[in-house]
Each structure stands twice: as C-alpha cells, then as structure tokens.
Design a protein around this ligand. Structure first.
Ligand code: ATP
Ligand code: MG
Length: 418
C-alpha cells in the first residue's frame, strides 16, 4: 500500500462541508470590503522567499521544501502567500492600475515542520493584503474584516493581540538596546538564540523555549522606542479599533517570525487550540515591495490557518447537505422510468439520488434514511401501470399517492418551502 506523505492530509468528502463553508463565507465577507481574489502558483524561485521572509527566520532556515528542478534551478513550494502575491503585483505592474490594491488568496502552503495537532506540512491559508495605503485606516479595515469573518463563521473566542514593531527610523535604536540587554542574559538562552541574537535580536523575544522566555521577561519594550510617526500611527489604530468596538490586547512581546514586518503586527489567538494557539497572524510590511524591486509602496496583510479554524468551528453551525429527493424503484420498468425522472429532477436543479442496481425496497429505504433525504418517491410496477407515484415527506411523516404528471408541480411546491 502506498500511503500519503506524513503531515500532508487528504480532505475527505465528509470534511468538505466545513471547508466549503469557510471558503464561501470568506468570499462574501472579503468581497464586501472590496477585496479581489488572486491565484498564484504553488512553486516559486527559492530566492523570492529568502529575500522577503529573511534568511535567518525559522521558515527559511528549517522549514522550506526546496529542490533543484531538471534544469538545475532552485525552486521552493511556497511556505506562505505574501511573497508570491507581492512578486505577482510587481511583475504585472498592478500598481499602475490602482493606487491601492486589496487582494486575497486561499490555498495550500508547505512547511517542513514536525507534524502534530494544528501543525502540518501541507496546510491551507486564507490571506488578505492591502497594498499602497499608508493610512492607519487600512490597518483597522483589515483587522475589522478579519473580525467580521470570524464572527460570520461563528468563532467568538479568539483574542486579537496587537503590537507595533516601528520603522527603519526607530527600529535600529530599539534593536541595539535589545542586543545590549540580551548580551547581559546570554547564559539563560537556548543555542539558537545565542547564535542569532546579534543578527536578529527580535527573534529571541519570539522564542518558544521556556528559559528564553524567562530570560526576556524584563526585556525593554519596543513600544517605548517608537518614533513619533510610528507611535501616532499605533495610537490611531488603537483608537479606531475601540471606536469600532473591536476588543484587543497590546502584547509588546509579539514580534512575529518574519523579517518584513514594520509598525502594526497582530495575532489572533485562542485558548482552544492548545500549543498551536495562533489561528491568524499578520502585520504591516512597508518596505517589502521596494525590497523585491517594486515601487516604494506600503502594505499590510494577514494569513489565517484554515486547519486551525476548522479545529475551532462549532460543527452545529455548519449547513447540512441533504438530498431533496431519493427515488425508490421496484422492477426493471420502474427503474428505467425512474432514471428518466431522476435526470429531469437534476436538470431542474434538485439534488436527487437513486439506486441503480435493483436492490430491495428495504435496502433502498435504508439508503434514503442514511442520506437524510427530505422526500422519498416510490415507483413500483403497480404505480407505473396506473401512471402514479408515491410521495413520502420524511420530515412530516406524511405519504400520498399522486398522478405522475402532477409530480413536478407538487415537488416545486413542497421543496420551495424548505
Ligand atoms: P506558529 O507560531 O504556530 O508556527 P507562524 O507564526 O509560523 O505560526 P504564520 O507564518 O504567521 O504562522 O502563518 C499564519 C497562520 O498559518 C498561523 O497563525 C497558523 O494558523 C497557520 N499555520 C502556520 N504554520 C502552520 C502549519 N505548519 N500547519 C497548520 N497551520 C499553520
Ligand atoms: Mg511557524
């Protein structure tokens, strides 16, 4: 038996209702905020991710699926969506069409991680980006859209955590202050942090190792080092969130694992997810587009992990898909006639099913029950000779025998009120 790859899951038909629900709702909510979908390839040149995400991030250091293709080019399965979207934005000069672009994507991402609950090697993200807008209104609009989406799908127990990472004016000062602080605590740090703190001190604050967390407890706060512009931007974001009644917590330890972030960063976390507690994350990336060779435009975005969303979903909020009709036939003639009725029902847009193999009445009824068909139609030899059919409403428990030529008008009536 050939099995699938560890950490890469099949999404089976029984799980599909949840996925379709998330995808349908995302389109409705995001469209109402003026976002347009973009689809980019799953493979990109490796260099794109090294340059945008940053060479000494966990993703680039350890998690990428990178290989040489048959021509010797280094390619990588995308570990996240923003880099590819920005590559496409620059390549197709989307900035020449609209000064501000609002884009979203839905699709698989790939990271070579240790698989566990909520952490897989192929997983799916819903992401959104606003490119070309500096205003803090963009930050708030994006966060509002994220919250409205969560509300729409019935997730009420996620908390928004907010921070600001400053800009190229104020971050270097904070960076140095942090390096000095960390130098005085080196003994308590893990080997990764000791190696990277000079180069990337912010990552130390993000480290999951308990000792590192403890060592950094009284580290200087980035929020005390913001320049006047960054601090004003952050204050406006907080004020507008409050005006929109969007609850949030400021978390000055949340630095995010990617290099490209500036100013506002955020995560949606939930106690329900256990160790993998972040369900969505994002932030501003004002220098990213220019660093990839595009114009100097700012941007802000987020990505939601769909598998983690599904772990949080309340199953009872999912719409159930039941057949409108199950057609039971008895005998060969009825099977033939039934098949043509079935085809007509499907042409009319009804969800109708039947059995093709001449099973017993009991077996066919069992199947109809299992599928939870709303209406069961029974066509036997007797009914056929009288040009009639039995119609059984499974929810009301009522049963009638009607003329076959009345079938479609009656079905129209009965099924329209469900
Ligand atoms: P974590 O801290 O859990 O590793 P991250 O900071 O690496 O998350 P991001 O790169 O910000 O995650 O991705 C955004 C979201 O995508 C996460 O909040 C999470 O919901 C989801 N996600 C990230 N990695 C995985 C994974 N390996 N499996 C499933 N979902 C994931
Ligand atoms: Mg990660």
């Amino acid at each position: 038996m050939i099995t699938g790859i560890k950490g890469m899951n099949d999404i089976l038909p029984t799980e599909m209702e949840a996925w379709h629900f998330l995808e349908n709702q995302v389109r409705e909510v995001f469209h109402s905020f003026g976002f347009k979908e973009i689809r980019v390839p799953a493979l990109e040149k490796t260099e794109l991710f090294c340059r945008s995400i940053g060479d000494d991030t966990d993703i680039v250091e350890k998690e990428m699926y990178t290989f040489l293709d048959k021509s010797g080019h280094s390619l990588t399965l995308r570990p996240e969506g923003t880099a590819s979207v920005m590559r496409s934005y620059i390549e197709h000069k989307l900035y020449a069409q609209n000064q501000v672009e609002r884009l979203y994507y839905v699709g698989p991402m790939f990271r070579y991680e240790r698989p566990q609950k909520g952490r897989y090697r192929q997983f799916h993200q819903i992401g959104a980006e606003i490119i070309g807008e500096n205003s803090p209104l963009a930050d708030v609009q994006l966060l509002n859209m994220l919250c409205r989406y969560f509300e729409r799908i019935g997730i009420t127990d996620a908390t928004l955590q907010l921070n600001s990472l400053g800009c190229p004016d104020c971050r270097p000062g904070y960076r140095q202050t942090l390096i000095d602080f960390i130098s005085s605590r080196l003994d308590g740090l893990c080997t990764d942090c000791r190696r990277r703190y000079q180069h990337n001190p912010l990552r130390v604050l993000d480290c999951k190792v308990e000792e590192c967390r403890r060592a950094c407890q009284d580290a200087p706060s980035v929020l005390d080092h913001l320049c006047a512009d960054c601090s004003g931007h952050f204050a406006t974001v907080r004020r507008l969130l409050t005006e929109l009644a969007i609850p949030f917590e400021v978390n000055n330890r949340m630095v995010r694992g990617l290099d490209y972030y500036t100013r506002t960063t955020f995560e949606m976390v939930s106690g329900r997810l256990g160790a993998q507690n972040a369900v969505a994350a994002g932030g501003r990336y004002d220098g990213l587009v220019a660093s990839l060779g595009g114009p100097a435009v700012s941007g802000i975005g987020f990505a939601i992990g769909m598998e983690r969303l599904i772990l949080m979903l309340d199953e009872s909020t999912l719409p159930v898909s039941r057949p409108d009709l199950f057609l039971v036939t008895l005998g060969e003639k009825a099977l033939d006639r039934g098949f043509s009725l079935l085809s007509r029902m499907q042409r009319e847009g009804l969800h109708a099913e039947m059995d093709f193999s001449g099973k017993s009445l009991k077996a066919q009824m069992r199947r109809a029950d299992k599928l939870q068909a709303r209406v069961v139609l029974i066509l036997g030899e007797d009914e056929l000779t009288r040009n009639q059919i039995q119609i059984r409403d499974m929810d009301r428990g009522s049963q009638d025998t009607i003329d076959l030529d009345q079938l479609f008008p009656i079905l129209g009536e009965r099924l329209s009120d469900i």
